[in-house]
Ligand binder design. Structure first.
Ligand SMILES: [Cu+2]
Length: 234
């Protein structure tokens, strides 16, 4: 799970005893920050510089405790799981226009389709009510980017060229992992990966409306990884 992503988790405490402490842990992983490999910058990699800007002493990808649960009573609540969880109708995306979204970085800026964020600039127009497929590509020497869309939920259709730590847990077809299955507003795109998402641009607001699409890594969006786009009524 990347910054901005969310999951519903059911925790079965049937085995826990009063006095037990249970931790929800983030397990170690390869953060793939490609430090020192960021092309023309020389010196320390951008990830290293960015990490130096924050106050966190936790190394990227290191194991840490997310949540501590102290079990204080032995009260038992037995609640059966519903036979079926929420069902999501796949968006009808056959024949939908496919839009290329290229992520990159250059000279301490993070870019989307070669652009760095400008408040007064509209990167592209989308027709209100259209279903589009966005094909989001991250270069092999990039960094992981949790890409967040304002205003519309989307569905993850497919992951291509995923790194092994991700493809090893892709059990749901088309390279998708468990966190790809629900309605999403943030999707993590790993270095070298292409992720295809489907979006229905229907909304109830009058006239043309401007929305944002950006990386949810705060250092990256602050360094320009954000675009405006306009949903037009025509
Ligand atoms: Cu990013």
């Amino acid at each position: 799970l990347a910054p901005g992503e969310r999951l519903d988790v059911l925790f079965d405490a049937a085995q826990a005893q009063p006095g037990d402490t249970v931790f929800l842990k983030s397990l170690s992983f390869d953060p793939m920050e490609n430090e020192g490999a960021a092309g023309n910058m020389g010196g320390p990699g951008m990830g290293q510089m960015m990490a130096g800007m924050g106050s966190s002493r936790l190394a990227l990808g290191e194991t840490f405790n997310v949540l501590k649960l102290s079990v204080v009573s032995g009260e038992r609540i037995t609640a059966p799981l519903p036979a079926t969880l929420s069902r999501i109708q796949p968006l009808r995306s056959e024949g939908a226009a496919e839009r290329q979204i290229e992520l990159s970085m250059q000279a301490m800026r993070f870019l989307i389709n070669g652009r760095t964020f400008r408040m007064d600039e509209i990167a592209f127009d989308v027709k209100q009510g259209a279903v589009e497929i966005w094909r989001i590509s991250n270069p092999a020497l990039g960094m992981p980017h949790p890409m967040h869309l304002h205003g519309f939920s989307f569905q993850v259709l497919e992951r291509l060229n995923s790194p092994p730590q991700l493809s090893d847990i892709a059990r749901f077809g088309k390279g998708r992992t468990v966190s790809d299955l629900g309605w999403k507003d943030t999707v993590l795109v790993w270095p070298g990966e292409t992720v295809r998402i489907a979006i229905d641009f229907s909304h109830d607001f009058p006239g043309d409306q401007t929305y944002l699409f950006h990386c949810h890594n705060l250092e990256h969006e602050d360094a320009g990884m954000m675009i405006n786009f306009k949903v037009r009524t025509l």
